[in-house]
Ligand binder design. Sequence first.
Ligand SMILES: [Cu+2]
Length: 493
Amino acid sequence: MRKCTILLVVLLVCSFGYSQSIDTEYVRKNANSPGGRADLNAMKKAFDIMRDMDCKSGLSWYSQGAMHNTPSVINGPNQLCQGFQGHDKMPNLPFGWDNCTHEGGNPNSSFNFLLWHRMYIWHLEKVVRELSGVSDFALPYWDYTEQDDRKMPELLTQKEESLYTKARLSSLNNGQEICSEQFDEMKRQMKELSEITEFQTFSKNLNNNPHGVMHNYIGGGFPGDESSCNAETMYNEIYQQKDMSGLMGQVQSAGFDPVFWLHHSKIDYIWQQWMNSENGKKPSEDSVLKHVWPYNFIQPDGSKITYTMQEVYDIVFNLDYTYQGIEKSTYLASRESSPTILKSNVQEKTTKTLIWEHTVGKTIADKTFVHEISTDLNKKTKSTFRNINATSKVLDFDVVVYKEPKDFYTVYIRYEGEKDSYIGTMSFFGVAHEHGIKKHSIAEKGVKLNFSFDISDELKDIQKPFSIYIKKHGNGTAKVTIENLKLFTYNKE
Ligand SMILES: [Cu+2]
């Protein structure tokens, strides 16, 4: 009898726990929708409180931004956080500061890009829920790849309010739309992203565009053909320095611009959309456990929390929120072993094979650049793809830069006499920072970067030779050199 009672209690507790996790599902909304505007108001209320807190308090606006990254040196006595003069001057940083994944020196940083930012904004969301008192608050997203959402959400442009900063591209703060050159390239990329079938390639490409190009754009644009693109420098209040890019344009100040959270909510949304699609895959549990990264955050009650990689894996792939734009049915189906889960929950297990490698050694000096793939390499491509059934084909670029370009480059496959096929974007947000280079300049030998583009659909006719076509967006002087090209295949094990 007693055993039965215990069993009943256990069952009740379990079922309660289960139904609770489904019931407390928060919905992240488009920031320009009525529900999203209500959430932005809650966020403004919380940021009023957070901006008034002492910067060393973990819940403060300053500390939450500093968890992403901080400047190495701040120019003059820090007006926003007394006593903190940059991380070079402070060997023991407060808990959780400077943990973002934009750090090239560590091979695990790029793997953790989407996972870390998901955990970071999820904690801020919980903090805002607590401080605003709005119990169903969910972090809105700025849906800037959609025609109707080309303007920055209005509440962020209200001067002197807690979601505002002057250190942004002025056209956005003045309520103008994202310029066409930027918008069209993000739109083009959305389709390309949806076609990728491998997690790390997806993550790297999402990191470049829209993530990187949007950071640079909000932080001061690029010299484009329209005035609303045009590059600007400004006073960056985190560095306390004139003639710089705005907060979002530098890794070290990006987390301090409130639009950062809406931007990363959108990036997280794109990731979740892909995960729920036919092509989406989660990284294998093993690979997550292997790519160790610090996960240190602040709970809504102000206490500190550190997660193991196992805990990260369990949280990141079992969310307590969904997105307004994702059909609820699809989303829930992916949690309950229906046929959808078989696709979106597939753990990735693939092997990477090098098909050919080819030295280029050319600098992109003009607005456009064409590089022909030699007949020999084309022959190799041809014989390889006749024999193997690769799940995906990836073209890899080794690139060197000597200064951090604010321009971005779009890359295409060209078959003679045909329309060019877009394969991806090279952008450079954070490269100077990622390589441990101080004061925004890069050493003489430059910085080596790697870009990987999925060309499974674009490499359509292996009988014909193709070339690489690159288009530069912007008139900046920072040079980009293509060192190497490699063709890889990924095959299911
Ligand atoms: Cu970012």
